[in-house]
Design a protein. Structure first.
Length: 139
């Protein structure tokens, strides 16, 4: 078989799978507000399977299912917070791109700076003590 023909067939198969994935994800909303909320939520929620993709960008099976779940909950008149709470209860805080502020997240974000500050103070004190000892020896 000709290499060019094989390449064209592979490209067509790839694009056909892409089109099928996108076509299967089309939703019909009862209002433009629901569609706006849907777009916002799927961009703010992370795919549990993918490491760093939101639901809008992921093509994994679970992301497709979760987009459909978000759609059903929005059409069922659930609030954004109820939808987020459901997702967090089911998949943990990993699904949030913007995690809630609690002791764990404060330690994660500010812990390195606090340790750096403590190390800097300790370094300063050691240098100061070393100089004062050298000053006594020289006298």
């Amino acid at each position: 078989m000709n290499r060019g023909l094989c390449f064209i067939l592979v490209c067509c198969a790839f694009f056909a799978f892409q089109l099928k994935a996108e076509a299967g994800d089309w939703q019909s909303f009862s209002s433009s507000l629901h569609e706006t909320r849907y777009q916002h939520l799927i961009e703010e929620l992370r795919c549990p399977k993918c490491l760093n993709q939101n639901l809008a960008d992921s093509t994994s099976g679970i992301a497709v299912d979760l987009r459909h779940q978000v759609y059903q909950m929005i059409e069922g008149d659930k609030t954004d917070q109820e939808i987020i709470d459901y997702m967090v209860a089911r998949y943990g805080e990993f699904v949030l791109y913007r995690p809630v502020n609690n002791l764990t997240t404060y330690a994660l974000w500010y812990g390195p700076f606090i340790l750096l500050l403590i190390g800097g103070v300790a370094f300063f004190l050691v240098i100061k003590r070393s100089r004062s000892r050298q000053g006594r020896r020289d006298s």
